[in-house]
Design a protein around this ligand. Structure first.
Ligand code: HAM
Length: 413
């Protein structure tokens, strides 16, 4: 049998065939909370193409993502790539349609993304990523709104301040530090990438890299740990405090983000125990809309992306995955095949009324059908029978074994 490609997933309905299988029900639960929370914040849903011109990424996303593209030449000889992230797409969409929308523009989407990464814990070659982005507002009030939305999504999934924290930082503070230390402004992004990898790379590698830019590891470590919020971060923290959300966020200059386009406040969400990779990441990217529109539209922007992979692993490990069932309302038992046409009529009527209804597609012994109803954890069974005055229905509530007999005309759950 042909297996699936490495880093790609099959999603099964519950109960799962193996404990490590990916659950389609859990995915739906995550999607529901993503969508409901974004809508509560007044964000509107959009989508874009899964395949984009390669160029959209090669000069905008930064070296790390570009090295991970699923790109190829299509039959029309175009250089194309599966989307590795949503931000360049949404920046393009906003740039070409911003006149049709009142500012600030607040949009969300839940695309499947593709990155040719080494498969490891929390990292696959495809994932679904909740993206929330806000355009047209430069002040930290917008950053606070987006960070609050991120916090509320995780709270909506049942996680608490003991489970996760948002680490807040700013590229501007790092930029000022870099320039104060004699760094060449043209090489700032090189510097950010070294800082981004400090906790993953040994000192023997990052030390010489920093030296190449005229900096020392100890000076960088010193700045990283000073922890004083910049005025902008202080405003963001005050805004979160006013909402009662202080426990969910802290300043941490260890965050700088790997992508090229960030310009201001940046942040990542982590589990408190530090067991998993980042749950989400984002920040301000005030120059990207201008860049994708070749200077025609200039709008400040910020947002975040949250993947489903780390999130599902975290929810499982913190026991925050709800029990999923087929939610069957009633099983219609057909014990007398003469009654199949009338029973199908009942199945249709109950489904039209919005109920989840099951029945046996083929003739089957009554006790087998009843056993199946119990396996479904159905609330009711409905069985038609022939009475002297016509066909009637016997409705049984499985939990209480209570039974009532009604005429077909009165049949309802
Ligand atoms: P990112 O940090 O590359 O940011 O990805 C955001 C989140 O997506 C990560 O924290 C992680 O949860 C998930 N993720 C990323 N790559 C993978 C992977 N290979 N497997 C599983 N999960 C993954 C961005 O993509 C930015 N475009 C986010 C953004 C939106 N910034 C502003 N607006």
């Amino acid at each position: 049998m042909l297996d699936r490609l490495p880093g790609f997933r099959d999603f099964y309905p519950e109960p799962l065939p193996t404990p490590d299988a990916w659950s389609a029900d859990l995915r739906q639960h995550i999607f529901d909370v993503w969508r409901q929370t974004a809508l509560r914040y007044g964000f509107r849903e959009y989508d874009g193409p899964p395949l984009e011109p390669l160029e959209l990424y090669t000069n905008k996303s930064g070296a790390e993502i570009v090295g991970q593209l699923f790109n190829f030449v299509d039959k029309g000889k175009r250089e194309v790539s599966m989307r590795p992230e949503m931000t360049p797409t949404v920046a393009r969409m906003v740039a070409s349609a911003e006149r049709s929308y009142k500012k600030p523009i607040k949009w969300f989407s839940m695309p499947q993304l593709f990155r040719y990464e080494k498969q490891q814990k929390g990292r696959l070659r495809e994932h679904f990523q909740f993206n929330c982005d806000l355009f047209g507002e430069p002040g930290p009030g917008a950053d606070a709104e987006v960070v609050s939305l991120l916090i509320d999504v995780l709270r909506g999934l049942g996680l608490t301040a003991e489970d996760f924290v948002i680490r807040l930082s700013t590229r501007q503070a790092w930029q000022q530090f870099f320039e104060r230390s004699g760094g060449d402004p043209a090489r700032a992004y090189e510097f950010y990438q070294i800082v981004d990898k400090l906790d993953r790379e040994p000192a023997e590698i990052s030390g010489p890299k920093l030296a190449g830019l005229g900096l020392t590891l100890s000076a960088v470590q010193g700045f990283l740990h000073h922890g004083e919020p910049t005025p902008e971060l202080a405003q963001l923290l005050q805004n979160l405090a006013a909402r009662g959300l202080s426990d969910y966020a802290q300043v941490d200059y260890g965050i700088i983000r790997g992508l090229a386009y960030y310009t201001g406040i940046v942040f990542e969400a982590f589990d408190r125990k530090g067991e998993f990779r980042a749950i989400a990441g984002g920040g301000r990217y005030d120059g990207l809309v201008k860049q994708v529109s070749d200077g025609k539209v200039d709008l400040p922007a910020l947002g975040f992306g949250m993947g489903d992979v780390v999130l599902a692993e975290l929810l499982k490990s913190r026991k925050k995955v709800p029990a999923f069932t087929a939610n069957v309302d009633a099983v219609v038992l057909i014990e007398d095949e003469q009654l199949r046409p009338a029973s199908l009529g009942v199945v249709q009527r109950l489904r039209d009324a919005g109920h989840v209804i099951e029945y046996s597609l083929v003739p089957q012994k009554g006790d087998k059908q009843f056993k199946r109803a119990q396996e479904f954890a159905s609330r009711f069974t409905v069985r038609l029978e022939i009475a002297p005055d016509g066909v009637r229905a016997r409705i049984k509530q499985l939990a209480t074994r209570e039974e009532k007999v009604v005429s077909l005309a009165d049949l309802a759950l």
